[in-house]
Write a protein that binds this ligand. Sequence first.
Ligand code: CLF
Ligand code: SF4
Length: 522
Amino acid sequence: MEPGRVSERFSKLKGLAIAVAPHKGCGSSGGSGKSSCGSSAGSGDLPPDVWEKVKNHPCYSEEAHHHYARMHVAVAPACNIQCNYCNRKYDCANESRPGVVSERLTPEQAARKVLAVASEIPQMTVLGIAGPGDPLANPDKTFGTFDRVFKAAPDIKLCLSTNGLALPDHVARIKDFKVDHVTITINMIDPEVGARIYPWVFFRHKRYTGKDAAKLLSERQLEGLEMLTQAGILCKVNSVMIPGINDDHLVEVNKAVKSRGAFLHNIMPLISAPEHGTVFGLSGQRGPTAQELKALQDKCEGEMNMMRHCRQCRADAVGLLGEDRGAEFTTERIESMEVQYDAGKRQAYRDSVEVERSARRAAREQELLTLAGENSNRKILLAVATKGGGKVNEHFGHAKEFQIYEMSTAGAKFVGHRRVDLYCQGGYGEEDALAGVIRAINDCVAVLVAKIGACPKEELRKAGIEPIDQYAYGYIETSAISYYRGYLERLKSGAVADVERGDAVIRQGAFVEVGAPAGQAA
Ligand code: CLF
Ligand code: SF4
């Protein structure tokens, strides 16, 4: 196909790339317009075939991310476009926070790494290829890896993230290789907006700049999305929220991608700091605040499922979202490992998760009944320290992030997470880190933790955030509902004042592992 030309089917849509497409409602792989995947509602009203695809995928189901892990292999170094939020020395900002990839792998090394991780981490259910460049600008490496993994470990779901420029040329191959989850990063459908995000794209031996580049990219992204959804492949759209450039426009993007069958929309904050050396970082372009991000996600939620638990992970991340065990699986270590892929052990883990899921759901439903007589409109945010399993099971001082729940009489709704620096370093509390934690959860009324020391308790109280450890090791939603019920009672009795909280800060850059070798994190 010549540059800028579109397929006959897509030509009917030509022009819609720069206009808002009418809503077509939900296709079989489309969003339900409810937040079943962006919430912890579990299967909700998803068709059984869709639930089967998402229930063990930590990115496509918020509920699954408490139990299941993903891994990325960095096999795709080249890219075919330039984004103003990307510095090629760093991970692809499509799917990863800025941070150098520790090692680039061949497809053979990557497949061995996948089997090694799968044999040690039964929670790992998904292999994603997300960089450090664009997977479809490196198709042989990408599909060579998928082919090897599919043959050796067919229970691992294959997942791909792309900027979409080359996507229409690869849809048939994506289907053949049984990749049933694809993410496209779509930041605009208006070339005027796109010209401020993409200085150039390189397509069929030619470089395009300005609005021509953005128009070509947008047409190819939307064409690829349509082709994938028609092929029955579940699609997620990632969008980077860039205040003053595409923030208002992302509502139009949301409508356009929903109308083309996208299943999930993930609006992520721009990560932009001068030290990343990106165009936006150097020009001082800011990212959104926590409340700006939430407001936009809320605005789009009526349209389709919103993902709010993305961790903007590295292109070589390993583990549950929010943790990175990549340093345990270096090429050197993997080569010396005896890899024993045990499908039975992995199935046993999945069975145990199903039991845990049922118990968690039943406990939540039971607790929800206690809110039945409440008619308050008061919504509050709670921060929760957790290390997985859907439980309040992390010490305040050990938390690298807090999960944020919005409480209302409808129950607990997951609305995001906030990365923080570790408060407790080598047994001692760091004052600066505590100030950072308070800034990150400043919009929350309370923080639920497994344990907390007297000193941070006092500082949190002074900042108007109630430290709560009475729900240690309980289910998050059940505990949060119980706290909220008590909060409403205290409001009624006048024991607490109804004060609106302020905004909170989204941390720029990656969590830096204490003692990590230089270059492991941004
Ligand atoms: Fe990786 Fe992306 Fe697949 Fe997930 S990540 S390729 S869909 S397996 Fe997930 Fe990471 Fe967010 Fe991506 S948390 S950056 S959305
Ligand atoms: Fe960077 Fe990814 Fe954009 Fe390519 S698509 S320029 S690797 S952020």
